[in-house]
Ligand binder design. Sequence first.
Ligand code: PXP
Length: 247
Amino acid sequence: MTRLRLGVNIDHVATIRNARGGAFPDPVRAARLAAEAGADGITAHLREDRRHISDADIERLAREIDLPLNLEMAATDEMLAIALKHRPHAACIVPEKREERTTEGGIDAAGQHNRLAPIVARLGDAKVRVSLFIEADKRQLDAARSLGAPVVELHTGAYCDTTGAEREKHLQAIREGAAYGASLGLEVHAGHGLSYDTVKPIAAIPEIRELNIGHFLVGEAIFDGFGASIRRMRELMDEARPTSRPN
Ligand code: PXP
């Protein structure tokens, strides 16, 4: 099985910084630590309201960090211009407004086709690897394929937020979605809400190539340190894929 990459989302380091204003804790320092701890990429969401990551953070991450940067962004002209300016390795298009979402919370790639198509195309032309954050749903996967996005990120939020049979149902949908997505030629990623308790069944899904994890790791950093929590998450991912080797 191919090695599963870990993208570390540093948004909530910026959330803590912004609670007081000022300069610390510095998300770029967190990105450096994540790199030292074995992260394969850094993920940051520049929200329209700038509630955590700022424009200056994106500029510094693009300039100062050697790892691939995955910019999470809404499908707006403003965000497109920022992405085209910095040309991150990847851009993951996420919903920010209720009407852009499906019931579970992924972007409605099927319903938003006309709005997404030019944005996906412009990013692709600029050699930014486009990912669509969607539900593990055939209709959404088909829409991602017809939009020409090379990557999808499957939303694991409902799986993480539920328990018992309900969680199992969401897990099964993610397994089937990952297999279907890969059969369409899409590279499949997953994320949202993952923790030490929930990561292994997702990491064990063979078609998934990358996980993006943030909030839990930043929370654990309070108790164990950021590097230690990233290393622990990496260990759990590797335990779920015992045959992992670098790709
Ligand atoms: N993937 C996407 C597309 C997201 O929007 C987020 C949250 O910003 C994450 C992954 C990471 O989720 P969490 O912070 O809950 O680990």
